[in-house]
Design a protein around this ligand. Structure first.
Ligand SMILES: *[C@@H]1O[C@H](CO)[C@@H](O)[C@H](O)[C@H]1NC(C)=O
Ligand SMILES: *[C@@H]1O[C@H](CO)[C@@H](O)[C@H](O)[C@H]1NC(C)=O
Ligand SMILES: *[C@@H]1O[C@H](CO)[C@@H](O)[C@H](O)[C@H]1NC(C)=O
Ligand SMILES: *[C@@H]1O[C@H](CO)[C@@H](O)[C@H](O)[C@H]1NC(C)=O
Length: 346
């Protein structure tokens, strides 16, 4: 497959993913204004409004507010009276904020990734909080399995049925997520429980790898043979790997199915176990964070006209569809939305 076909596929996958993955999130809307759904874009100013906190690669909001006292505008200001997002203004605003390390009139992959990953974290937190509110019946800020499966009777809850979605299946994942083992999941643990693909808890990750094996294990022996790998795993892996390494390490994606299988098969028994799937699980089952990184690559690929590894504001404005096309795709009002975007692009 040619690189551009892969980018296109990934872009489509991403749009679908964004559309599907956000159905649980209640979009936050500016009062009384019509606008595109929050879930549609990582660059949506409303989801951006949630940024804050501290930690590794996150935006230090307080420092930014100090650096740009007049710049930290309420998000509503990016919408006209008709509720239209002023993309030009919004991108210019974000550009000033993100062009930090260093301030050089261009956004590097890292600068853009920092923002996208931060947004992904925010969405995870908001989604977890919403589910927490829905399930935390006694309001103690933590969820027990009893609270989570409130749709079941006490007797049903005891069931050892471990088929997908059955009580035993949930219980297993609950125990994995309950890092301190006290029978109650706090926010972090509950997020791992709900979003195993974004978890850093090793037990939860292994559980996900096992689930993945179950899905692809045609002969049900609990591990993947080369044929199962080749039929069910390799193509998915390859598309992502090619995408990931497009501008970097050319050697990686040249591995054919046989070579990749051998590389993963650490104990050389000609089978892949759940443990051996670990190096590629983020390709097979990408979480929000992985997608944020793919999306960053996609944006760089689309908008970096002169391929200097940096996006200027002009390049971003000229490719604003890449930053906001998800909003166009997913707009849920049926009437004026067509000319809504065409207006912006004129
Ligand atoms: C968007 O904002 C810019 C800068 O404030 C302004 O010049 C432009 O007219 C606005 N565009 C629309 C469509 O409102
Ligand atoms: C489920 O398994 C546990 C432990 O093996 C056992 O004590 C319990 O009775 C089982 N529950 C049912 C409903 O079979
Ligand atoms: C109860 O809720 C859980 C979690 O949402 C779901 O997986 C399960 O299918 C539900 N069971 C029944 C019997 O509705
Ligand atoms: C269990 O630990 C969580 C923090 O991990 C805490 O929020 C919760 O209150 C604890 N639950 C009990 C029953 O001690």
């Amino acid at each position: 497959m040619s690189p551009s076909a892969i980018y296109l596929l990934l872009a489509i996958a991403l749009l679908l993913f964004l559309a599907l993955s956000q159905t649980h999130t209640a979009p936050r809307r500016a009062p009384g204004r019509r606008m595109a759904p929050t879930h549609a874009s990582l660059f949506d100013p409303l989801s951006a409004a949630g940024i804050g906190g501290d930690g590794g690669f996150q935006v230090d909001v307080e420092a930014l507010k100090e650096a740009f006292p007049g710049e930290w505008k309420p998000v509503e200001e990016f919408f006209s009276e008709g509720g239209r997002l002023n993309v030009t203004e919004r991108l210019a605003y974000l550009f000033r904020i993100l062009d930090r390390a260093p301030i050089d009139g261009g956004l590097s992959y890292r600068e853009l990734e920092m923002w996208n990953v931060r947004q992904a974290f925010d969405r995870l937190i908001h989604r977890t909080e919403a589910r927490m509110r829905a399930h935390d019946a006694d309001g103690d800020g933590a969820v027990t399995l009893r609270e989570f499966l409130s749709n079941l009777s006490d007797r049903e809850l005891e069931s050892n049925n471990t088929a997908h979605g059955k009580p035993g299946w949930w219980r297993e994942q609950f125990v994995n997520a309950d890092a301190d083992g006290n029978g109650s999941l706090n926010h972090v643990e509950f997020s791992d429980f709900l979003h195993p693909e974004d978890s850093t808890n090793a037990k939860v990750q292994l559980w996900l790898q096992k689930e993945k094996i179950k899905e692809m294990d045609e002969d049900r022996d609990g591990k993947l043979s080369f044929n199962e790998f080749k039929n069910r795993v390799y193509d998915i892996y390859k598309n992502y790997a090619e995408f990931e390494s497009a501008e970097e390490d050319e050697s990686q994606h040249k591995l054919n199915a046989e070579q990749k299988f051998e590389e993963l098969d650490a104990d050389k028994d000609r089978f892949l176990t759940a443990e051996e799937l670990k190096p590629i699980i983020h390709n097979l089952h990408p979480g929000e964070i992985s997608y944020a990184k793919y999306y960053t690559k996609y944006l760089m690929h689309e908008a970096d006209e002169n391929k200097d590894g940096k996006l200027t504001l002009l390049e971003m404005l000229e490719h604003q569809y890449a930053f906001y096309s998800a909003v166009v795709e997913d707009s849920n009002s049926d009437d004026n939305d067509d000319d809504y975007w065409h207006d912006e692009l004129r």
